[in-house]
Ligand binder design. Structure first.
Ligand SMILES: Nc1ncnc2c1ncn2[C@@H]1O[C@H](COP(=O)(O)OP(=O)(O)O)[C@@H](O)[C@H]1O
Length: 394
């Protein structure tokens, strides 16, 4: 839970940095905030992927790599574009989207890795301290003022420009959601109530389990397979001939962008499907009939994922009492993540399902919006509102 304090922070101005590590890619963002009415004056970012070897190495190796990219980006800051009020240090917001036990606004211990990372010596460590040490090793003196989850960052970034943003959903390598809740509706909160009367809930909905969403045999197979690769491969079907092709036995060989390309193949002979099967799986000469079945399969898998995500959003809207609005008040759901952004069929199915679930009348008051890197801006804003510099001066 994070207290809603952005409102008071708008007097902040200066250069803020945000670093976003949430999966296969990480981004570094530089923002010039223009004070009370100025908003975001300038922003620049750079992106890099995490080399697979570093995803399973040591904490130092990962954070050294990140610190080096950040150091290079900071060194490239141009004086003509970015101005820092005199005597004020640049500060950093760290968006770290893995399960963390947050111990303060700028510290938190890693509970476990997800999304393909497995760096055992980082588990149980304060990720802000790990990052800070690496920055110091690279000669970057930039305090980390806020540790943020990407859903929280997206919510804060979205709300900064549009007060109707009340929900943020990430659909990328992983998935999660956050929303604005009435503080009084949070039984486990016994502290003082925030002035706004609202708090933000980070749902960590990737861990959601419910009897209402039964796991299918394929879910179990995938779960087991992800821990013990190679042990749970179904060889019952021989769809592409009498034998199961060798590449089909390799877990996770078919990446979402390839599946998406096949799903969106509009050519009359489904040549993208044929090409992908050949390139990725080394299966050639697939008949048109079989290619059509492959597209249908892509559709089944996508529709299930999209409908589950829509059900999750409906759950939030119900909890907020916004699932049957008849008045013109809008509820904006800020979405981000590569899956939502790039997979048009997925995105369309999610939005149609949500409309179907809330009904036409309410659908007009629910707006699903792509928040383009709202998370980075949000992290920079939260950094500004929790500035260590301001704390020191007050
Ligand atoms: N062209 C694409 N079509 C479908 N899915 C895509 C495409 N490009 C990326 N993705 C999905 O987006 C995910 C990356 O999401 P992103 O939000 O960029 O990063 P991350 O969650 O790793 O920080 C990939 O794992 C992949 O599933």
């Amino acid at each position: 839970m994070v207290r809603e304090e952005e409102e008071e922070s708008r007097s902040d101005e200066g250069v803020f940095y945000a670093l976003d590590l949430g999966g296969t890619n990480f981004r570094v963002l530089r923002v010039q905030l223009g004070g009370k009415a100025g908003g975001v004056v300038h922003q620049e970012f750079t992106e890099a992927s995490i080399p697979p070897a570093l995803m399973g190495g040591t904490s130092d190796a990962l954070f050294n790599y990140i610190a080096e990219k950040l150091a290079n980006f900071v060194a490239a800051e141009e004086e003509q574009k970015f101005h820092q009020p005199p005597g004020r240090q640049r500060e950093l917001g760290f968006t770290f989207s893995f399960p963390v036990m947050q111990t303060s606004i700028n510290s938190g211990t890693l509970i476990r890795w997800t999304k393909g990372f497995s760096i055992s010596d980082a588990v149980g460590q304060d990720v802000v301290a790990e990052l800070t040490k690496a920055l110091q090793r690279k000669g970057v003196e930039m305090p980390v003022a806020a540790l943020v989850n990407d859903t929280i960052g997206t919510l804060a970034g979205g709300r900064y420009t549009n007060k109707d943003v009340a929900v943020a959903v990430i659909l990328g390598t992983g998935t999660n959601a956050a929303y604005v809740e009435r503080a009084q509706a949070i039984p486990k909160w016994h502290g003082p109530l925030p002035k706004s009367g609202e708090m933000v809930i980070n749902m960590e909905w990737g861990n959601f389990r419910s009897l209402h969403l039964p796991l299918m045999e394929y879910d179990h197979a995938m779960d087991v397979e992800s821990l013990n690769p190679g042990e749970q491969i179904s060889e019952e079907a021989a769809f592409f001939g009498d034998e199961v092709h060798a590449k089909l036995k390799i877990s996770f060989i078919l990446r979402t962008p390839d599946m998406s390309a096949m799903h969106h193949d509009t050519s009359s002979d489904l040549r993208v499907v044929g090409q992908k099967l050949k390139d990725v799986l080394e299966i050639s000469n697939t008949s048109l009939k079989k290619s059509r079945i492959v597209v249908k399969l892509c559709n089944i898998v996508t529709a299930r994922g999209a409908r589950l995500a829509a059900a999750g959003v409906l759950g939030i809207l119900k909890k907020m009492g916004r699932d049957s609005l008849k008045d013109p008040q809008k509820t904006v759901v800020a979405m981000d993540g590569g899956l939502y952004e790039h997979y048009a069929e997925y995105r369309g199915c999610l939005e149609n399902t949500l409309r179907e679930l809330v009904g036409e009348e309410t659908a007009s008051s629910i707006v699903v919006e792509h928040s383009n890197d709202g998370s980075g801006i949000g992290a920079a804003l939260l950094t500004a509102s929790h500035s260590l510099y301001l704390k020191d001066k007050s």
